[in-house]
Ligand binder design. Structure first.
Ligand SMILES: Cc1ncc(COP(=O)(O)O)c(C=O)c1O
Length: 357
């Protein structure tokens, strides 16, 4: 794949946040973006890096009406030795292609996605924050750009990648989250689009999250659509429970996102000889376990926080604490190991790190 590069002129470069400035998440975007066009019959072409800026779209572009869209989320880190590293980007690229297949969008060879990522991150490497725990968030996105109002897969598509510096998730140390088990709304049913990373799933989740926040909760735990009994996932994270010493997480049954961090946690747990089960987990088992102590820990896993300990679950108007609302030992061990590998402090025995030379 040939990429043409148009660099942002010096006087049009964007304002970089100063060292020590609060970055938060998704507030800043770096100087350049990668774009590539698809037309049915022609395939992908015109791969280019240009200054970050607005896109030009017809108001009838199909994505705006029928939500034919997918995206990914990953990070570039500055390792201790100064190397720029991506964490398992091949996994994100493969997932993008699975999402594409589900949403009738064209796939992009994994190698081409990695080439684009590397070229963009290399060019904007000065945007990677140096503070420990901070990183450059990377957002590959694909949208249906064909102008027309027929409900059918679009014949014209745009793929783009934007990046931007994000702050350390735990600037003040681990803070276990309060989780509301969602009883009214559902995120996804088997056979739906739950396992694809598509905007519609997130749009469908907004109201439940907004209502939960309004009454003091951090996130919602989704239940399965068929029985409304089994735990699925949390906001933008997969969910893990430590039940009687066993690490348990819901199986990839089609309605939850197959998280890259989820796979990383499972791989490490198996190596550490921790008993692991991917099985349906009833919400009753979680609540009873939290009350009688057989649930010793619960945590979410995802790119943004890596590991997010759960302090309590609330269901049917009753809130039960997990591990007295504190951070569990295993949560901390996974967090330290994964971030240690990402920042080049712990040996990368799995070849999860891709260096951007
Ligand atoms: C709905 C949902 N579940 C789980 C995850 C965790 O996935 P990953 O570990 O690949 O970030 C995410 C984040 O991308 C998500 O949006």
């Amino acid at each position: 794949m040939q990429i043409t590069v148009t660099q942002a002129p010096e006087n049009q470069k964007r304002r970089k946040p100063k060292s020590g400035e609060k970055l938060g998440f998704g507030n800043y975007f770096s100087d350049h973006m990668f774009l590539m066009d698809y037309a049915s019959g022609k395939g992908w072409g015109n791969a280019r890096i240009v200054p970050y800026g607005p896109l030009s779209l017809a108001p009838s572009a199909m994505v705006l009406h029928y939500g034919q869209e997918i995206f990914e989320g990953m990070k570039a880190y500055l390792a201790r030795d100064g190397a720029v590293c991506l964490f398992r980007p091949d996994r994100n690229a493969e997932r993008l292609n699975r999402s594409a297949a589900r949403m009738c969008l064209p796939e992009i060879p994994v190698e081409d996605q990695l080439t684009a990522l590397r070229a963009l991150v290399r060019l904007d490497r000065e945007w990677i924050p140096r503070e420990k725990g901070a990183s450059l968030y990377i957002r590959p996105t694909m949208i249906a750009t064909e102008a027309g109002l027929g409900v059918r897969p679009a014949a014209e598509v745009l793929f783009f990648i934007i990046t931007g510096p994000v702050g350390a998730y735990y600037a003040r140390g681990f803070e276990p989250v309060r989780i509301l088990v969602e009883e009214t709304y559902l995120r996804a049913a088997r056979g739906g689009t739950g396992e694809a990373k598509t905007g519609a799933n997130y749009a469908a989740s907004l109201l439940a999250a907004k209502n939960a926040k309004a009454i003091g909760f951090d996130q919602v735990l989704w239940l399965d659509a068929e029985h409304r009994r089994f735990a699925e996932e949390v906001g933008t994270m997969n969910i893990f429970f430590v039940l009687r010493g066993e690490l348990v997480t819901p199986p990839l049954s089609g309605s939850i996102l197959p998280g890259v961090t989820r796979d990383t946690v499972l791989t490490l747990a198996r190596e550490w000889k921790i008993p692991v089960a991917e099985r349906p987990v009833e919400i009753d088992e979680v609540l009873k376990g939290a009350a009688d102590g057989t649930l010793s820990e619960a945590f979410g896993s995802g790119t943004a926080a890596v590991i997010s300990p759960v302090g309590s679950f609330s269901y049917g108007g009753k809130e039960v604490q997990v591990n007295r609302g504190g951070t569990g030992e295993l949560s901390l061990r996974f967090y330290r190991e994964i971030t240690g590998i990402q920042y080049g402090e712990i040996e990368d025995r799995h070849r999860w790190i891709h260096r951007v030379e």
